[in-house]
Design a protein around this ligand. Sequence first.
Ligand code: IMP
Ligand code: MG
Length: 178
Amino acid sequence: MKESIKEILFSQEAISQRVKELGAQLTEDYAGKSPLLIGVLKGCFVFLADIARNIDLNCEVRFITASSYGAGTITSGDVKIGMDFDFEIAGRDIIIIEDILDSGVTLTTLRGFIAARGPASLKICTLLDKPARRQAPLYADYIGFECPDEFVVGYGLDFAESYRNLPYVAILKPEAYS
Ligand code: IMP
Ligand code: MG
């Protein structure tokens, strides 16, 4: 797997440091509250595990699925949302946890879906933000790193379901995509 890596963009140490800072910020901003973290599967699973352990508050963790990509690297614009309706959104302080905000198509759909269910507050926390590719006017409230306009993998992010278990965020060699 590692022979396919062209360049490490965000190292394990840099991510760990940044996730601690974000966790401290969320702990401060949500003091006295019990936020509900909603992770967007599957890419969020590593970031959510780390950020949740850096939030020093009583919080609940739930998951939602949203996918628009299939096996390619360009958004199809067709977002499918899946969710268990066994929990309340109304009146809760919701923080959506995402791996990467790219075109913004996925999160625009998801945010509308959650906002329609009457949360007390709704914020977005993303590990990576790729503003160069935005198609929808959407901003994250908490951002780990700004990401250059490259397709990246690792720390939960995949290419065709591989590379999610890399402990850092990296760019693949061109031949890895073929
Ligand atoms: P958006 O709807 O274009 O903002 O895409 C968001 C989703 O696309 C993310 O949650 C990722 O699953 C996927 N995605 C976008 N950019 C990348 C990338 O560079 N690497 C891996 N997955 C990506
Ligand atoms: Mg993906």
